[in-house]
Design a protein around this ligand. Structure first.
Ligand SMILES: [Ca+2]
Ligand SMILES: [Ca+2]
Ligand SMILES: [Ca+2]
Length: 329
């Protein structure tokens, strides 16, 4: 009787396992998706260089995608837009003080996928993820794709996230795909990395353009996508184990009211402070400190002198640190 029971459990587990080879969609049991508000994210990437690929690799007369700029992928997920990479396009993120391996995932990459209702499938665009110590030699996370590789996915059909591993883009908007540097220990020898590179998967199943996973399997991904948003749409990179480049985007649950935002030429920014004494620091878009003041007033006025159309305001209190992006033009 007991043996039969154990056998039944094993059978159920086996059935479950054969359906869901890898972590399933965000929100389902067993998913390893990381929500953008998760407290494990210590800071967000703010230094990206783009090498866009064409809108359509087999028809370069269509030009390059135009959605977003490099800095659209700076800062927190679901803020400030996304940047589309195009077929085979590359985004390289730099971390001056580095990202390193500790227990569990070390960083997460956010795209803007969504569920195709009633199908169990998701519209997603995928990307390889590579890391480097010196910016010259890159090591690719061993990607796996078990989705059908016979019928070409287009922009209106979906993929199963549970059939994908170690590819960015498998989760819906607001949920990052985790990457664990422990998997790369043979290549990296426990060294701190300074670059994360995201390379759009060219989803064409045509042998001339196909991308393959670590086991030589064709990776199916929407193709062609003759739109300004062609290719992987990078939203954000959240760092779990690392040091912040310029300490202007630490994650904090403290909340202050800053207004107006955007400043629309008013040149004066007000900060309402529900806490005791705070230190307010203002940075331009290059991370250069423009102004620093202490205040214990419930409302503080700030007049940042800069031509930069994006400023960062960092507020330090004895409860923690918060950073805000303010547009000004
Ligand atoms: Ca790790
Ligand atoms: Ca896209
Ligand atoms: Ca693609």
């Amino acid at each position: 009787m007991k043996i039969k029971f154990i056998y039944l459990i094993l059978l159920c587990l086996g059935t479950f396992h054969s359906k869901a080879q890898f972590a399933p969609a965000a929100g389902l049991p067993g998913s390893d998706a990381i929500h953008k508000d998760s407290s494990i994210i210590k800071f967000w990437c703010d230094s990206i260089i783009l090498q866009r690929g064409p809108v359509q690799i087999n028809d370069i007369t269509l030009g390059f995608p135009t959605i977003g700029e490099a800095n659209s992928a700076h800062g927190k997920a679901l803020e400030n837009g996304i940047v589309s990479l195009g077929d085979g396009g590359i985004a390289t993120a730099y971390f001056k003080e580095g990202v390193f391996d500790e227990e569990g995932p070390d960083f997460a990459i956010f795209e803007n996928g969504f569920e195709i209702p009633g199908t169990g499938t998701y519209h997603m665009e995928l990307a390889f993820v590579e890391v480097s110590i010196d910016g010259k030699k890159f090591y690719r996370f061993p990607a796996q794709s078990l989705n059908d590789s016979i019928n070409q996915i287009d922009n209106f059909t979906g993929l199963y996230p549970e059939k994908i591993r170690n590819l960015a883009g498998k989760y819906i908007a607001g949920y990052g795909v985790p990457f664990d540097l422990e998997e790369m220990v043979d290549s990296l020898q426990h060294q701190t990395i300074h670059y994360i590179r995201i390379v759009d998967v060219v989803g064409s199943l045509n042998d001339s353009f196909v991308s393959k996973d670590a086991f030589g399997r064709k990776i199916n991904d929407p193709f062609p996508t003759p739109y300004p948003s062609s290719g992987f749409d990078l939203d954000a990179i959240g760092i779990i184990h690392g040091k912040s480049t310029n300490a202007i985007n630490e994650v904090s649950s403290l909340s202050f009211n800053l207004y107006p935002n955007p400043m629309n030429g008013t040149k004066e920014l007000f900060i309402e402070n529900p806490y005791d004494e705070i230190v307010i620091e203002c940075f331009d878009s290059n991370g250069k400190l423009i102004q620093q003041i202490k205040s214990n007033e419930s409302k503080t006025s700030l007049k940042p002198e800069t031509s930069s159309n994006l400023i960062f305001v960092r507020i330090i209190s004895n409860k923690g640190i918060s950073t805000y992006k303010i547009q000004q033009w």
